[in-house]
Design a binder for this molecule. Structure first.
Ligand SMILES: Cc1cc2nc3c(=O)[nH]c(=O)nc-3n(C[C@H](O)[C@H](O)[C@H](O)COP(=O)(O)OP(=O)(O)OC[C@H]3O[C@@H](n4cnc5c(N)ncnc54)[C@H](O)[C@@H]3O)c2cc1C
Length: 338
């Protein structure tokens, strides 16, 4: 359904920094709509490494990536953000009387006073192997590009494809609970951390992991999206079949700025150049925070993104509440505004 909305700020991206932008904006009495191409909040944390612990979030000696997202979502909740999941921001249009009209992929429009781009590396998706009918297996969950829940693979025959850290780390981890783990890689040598590769070879020698090298994925077998085997082929054309209930291809991520590259903002190697004092981009009213924003000395860390969200929110206040003085206040003094 095509809808038309009005709000103070549109946040592009519901990763950790986008979520914290909602909180910082809320603390200054600004409402947000948040748009994300993914079906859930969390950006890289939720999509790529939900079960990994993060050790450098201030105040948390250790916190799981998904838990961090749950807490950020909870922190933003009092400000009732409106989420548009599974939607991409396609176009920003300047409104003559001030503000922007944000066009999203559903066809809906959101009018706002300011835009905060928290789009990480851009809309990202996995590099998918070009296998016939793979969509049916993806839809049925037999082929996945990240492990959301390790337990889903207990007792299963898992084929992992790829030669980097993700492939090797997950092979080692799932070998503890899966019925069988086979690793398909086109070279005998892996590109993983040396210690992980050593462990992989050790487990292969002990017969706990099958190394299917040098082979590449050739075809999927099964009915109605339910996988029964993966066919692999060597460069010489030898084929063999590996019985499988699940395939996890780890060929890295395709990250693309997508439409953001066409919004006329100053870019620096696929990042948006901002003024580090306010996170404003080359276009007044459009801000960028988190991984997508760059300035001299930028560190792509979640904690830096949080600080950028606070600075951007203060800079956006004048656009949302023009003429209103903004007195800097601690959260301990004012609490969380209702
Ligand atoms: C394996 C791994 C481990 C990491 N470990 C750490 C760590 O220990 N500590 C740390 O600080 N950082 C770590 N990072 C980096 C951290 O995850 C990023 O710095 C952080 O996710 C950046 O947050 P963000 O909100 O800026 O962007 P992201 O998390 O990338 O979220 C951006 C969101 O924007 C959406 N988006 C993009 N374009 C559009 C569009 N046009 N329309 C709608 N939505 C769009 C994307 O779908 C995505 O959900 C790690 C990263 C990886 C991959």
């Amino acid at each position: 359904m095509i809808e038309s909305h009005h709000t103070d700020i549109v946040v592009v991206g519901a990763g950790p920094v986008g979520l914290f932008t909602v909180f910082e904006a809320g603390m200054l009495r600004m409402k947000c709509h948040v748009v994300d191409t993914l079906e859930q909040a969390g950006g890289q944390c939720a999509a790529l490494y939900p079960e990994k612990p993060i050790y450098d979030i201030a105040g948390y000696p250790k916190i799981g990536a998904q838990e961090l997202i749950d807490r950020l979502t909870e922190q933003a909740a009092p400000f009732a953000p409106y989420y548009h999941f599974g939607r991409r921001v396609e176009r920003l249009e300047k409104i003559s009387e001030g503000g922007f009209r944000v066009h999203i992929s559903s066809g809906s429009i959101i009018e706002c006073k300011a835009v905060a781009i928290a789009a990480g590396c851009g809309a990202f998706g996995p590099h998918r192997p070009p296998l016939e009918n793979i969509e049916a297996f993806e839809a049925a969950g037999s082929v996945r590009y990240f492990v959301a829940r390790r337990e889903d693979y207990r007792g299963k025959r898992v084929v992992i494809a790829g030669g980097g850290d993700s492939a090797v780390d997950w092979a080692l981890s799932l070998a503890e609970i899966a019925a069988r783990v086979s690793v398909v890689h086109r070279r005998p040598k892996f590109r993983a951390a040396p210690e992980s590769e050593r462990k992989l070879n050790e487990m292969a020698a002990a017969g706990r992991i099958d190394l299917v090298v040098p082979y590449q994925l050739a075809a999927l077998e099964g009915e109605g999206g339910k996988l029964s085997a993966v066919r692999v082929a060597s460069l010489e054309g030898d084929e063999k079949t590996v019985a499988a209930d699940a395939l996890l291809p780890f060929f890295g991520l395709a990250m693309e700025l997508g439409p953001i590259a066409e919004w006329g903002l100053n870019l620096d190697k696929n990042h948006i150049a901002v003024d580090p004092a306010t996170c404003v981009t080359s276009a007044p009213g459009i801000f960028a925070v988190g991984d997508i924003a760059t300035y001299p000395g930028k560190l792509k860390l979640i904690l830096c993104g949080f600080a950028e969200a606070a600075m951007a929110a203060h800079a956006m206040h004048v656009l949302v509440h023009p003429g209103e003085a903004l007195h800097f206040e601690y959260s301990t003094s004012k609490g969380v505004p209702a």
